[in-house]
Design a protein around this ligand. Structure first.
Ligand code: HAM
Length: 409
């Protein structure tokens, strides 16, 4: 029979990688909880219009990367390409705003984008992310960035932070007009994609990776020169807060992000260590999105980080708890072995009851492979073997042995 292979761009995560995945998620959760964020568990499938109206009709994500299909009820649905749109939908649909105050939510899970797979880029990938609703103050922007930095620091990952301000819609409109005029004059130098983008999504031309486009836009007007007084004030305040918290950053006026909903603050944490897909975490403000999706006007902001990219940068995992392997010397002691294993687990000790029967030699071989710290041989008089030193100790009864084990691990 022929083997069935996984689909291109999808992955199985197991062994050391699964440990890394879990460590990244647990670390992030820990930080989210410290900042008093509440978890939201979102659906994987949404009405396609949610992403069209939020991420944006003209974006690469909506135009060519979504997994779209018709369900049996004739609805056109999409596998979520990101988590912000769904969080906003839930915020509105469940009338969270009615409680007043502000809201801080976090999520974790799979996202789907039909992109060309390469190192650090998959078609099913996983994000941790957080969103804040109802906070207008730049304190929110500063605290969000600090929280992402805390997660990265806890994981021992060093990356650079780039920030920019896209301004409010009004200032952006003015900027886009000026940018379009500039691009029109340099049309000949742009790549084919950017020639179309120039009209549909001119901001994206600024972060095109093609060399001629980079050169053509070198003297393009700069967004921060078009900011309204309020946007400029927010941006200045944010920089002040970041400096006060000793968070280093680089101002990048070309940082525009690939999703349409952003206003004012945008940021990315970037590394050069993992090739072209170096953005590990990114986000910003989206003060118009809640209203755009039918809710009341609510300032909002958030970020998401790619778990797989964080895993690639993770240098080491914390040491695992020591393992004890329980080996019944002959099958007459199987039941006794089960009881000892049960007892050890109840005491919080990681225990492997050896499940393969056979010669003692074959069982020892397996225990070795498992990298166990101690082995307990179960027979009339139980024995404890230290796998590192080879030392062996015989006990009169199981209770005495268990007391010693608990002390040692
Ligand atoms: P994004 O920049 O599209 O933003 O994605 C955030 C992060 O997800 C990226 O920086 C990257 O680490 C990871 N990522 C994206 N695509 C892939 C892929 N194909 N393979 C592996 N990792 C990937 C958002 O998704 C926004 N929702 C972030 C946000 C939240 N903004 C405000 N709130």
């Amino acid at each position: 029979m022929s083997e069935i292979k996984k689909i291109r761009g999808f992955q199985d995560i197991h062994g050391e990688n699964a440990k890394k995945y879990r460590y990244v998620v647990d670390t992030a959760r820990d930080v989210f909880e410290k900042y008093n964020f509440q978890e939201i568990i979102l659906p994987y499938v949404e009405d396609i219009s949610l992403f069209k109206r939020s991420v944006g009709e003209a974006t690469d994500i909506v135009q060519k990367e979504m997994y779209v299909f018709e369900d049996k009820g004739g609805r056109t649905v999409a596998l979520r390409p990101e988590g912000t749109a769904s969080t906003v939908r839930a915020f509105i649909e469940d009338r969270m705003y009615a409680k007043g105050g502000y809201h801080k939510l976090f999520y974790e899970g799979a996202m789907f984008r039909y992109e060309r797979p390469q190192a650090g880029r998959y078609r099913q990938f996983h994000q941790i992310g957080a969103e804040i609703f109802g906070v207008d103050s730049p304190l929110g922007d500063a605290e969000l960035i600090k929280m992402v930095k805390d997660i990265l620091d806890k994981l021992g990952i060093q990356v650079r932070l780039e920030i920019n301000s896209l301004g409010d819609f009004e200032s952006r409109k003015k900027y886009i007009k000026a940018l379009k005029e500039y691009l029109k004059q340099h049309e000949e130098e742009l790549c084919e994609t950017c020639k179309t983008r120039m009209d549909t999504n001119p901001l994206r031309v600024l972060d095109c990776k093609v060399e001629t486009c980079k050169q053509a836009t070198q003297d393009a007007p700069v967004l921060t020169d078009f900011l309204s007084e309020k946007s400029l004030e927010r941006y200045t305040k944010l920089k002040e807060y970041l400096k006060a918290m000793d968070i280093e950053f680089i101002e990048n006026p070309r940082l525009v992000r690939g999703l349409d909903y952003y206003t004012d603050t945008v940021f990315e944490f970037i590394t050069d260590e993992i090739g072209a897909q170096g953005t590990v975490a990114a986000g910003g403000r989206y003060d118009n999105l809640v209203e755009q999706l039918g809710g009341p006007k609510t300032p909002a902001l958030g970020f998401a980080a790619g778990i797989e990219r964080l895993m690639l940068l993770l240098k080491e995992l914390p040491e695992e708890k020591p393992l004890i392997v329980v080996i019944p010397v002959v099958s007459d002691f199987n039941l006794e072995g089960l009881k000892i294993a049960d007892n050890l687990r109840k005491k919080g000790i990681r225990t492997e009851m050896l499940l393969k029967e056979g010669s003692l030699k074959s069982k020892m071989k397996l225990a070795n492979k498992l990298n166990s710290k101690y082995v307990i041989f179960v027979s009339e008089k139980p024995e404890l073997k230290d796998m590192q030193t080879g030392e062996q100790e015989v006990f009169e009864n199981v209770e005495d042995l268990l007391d010693v084990v608990v002390e040692k691990v």
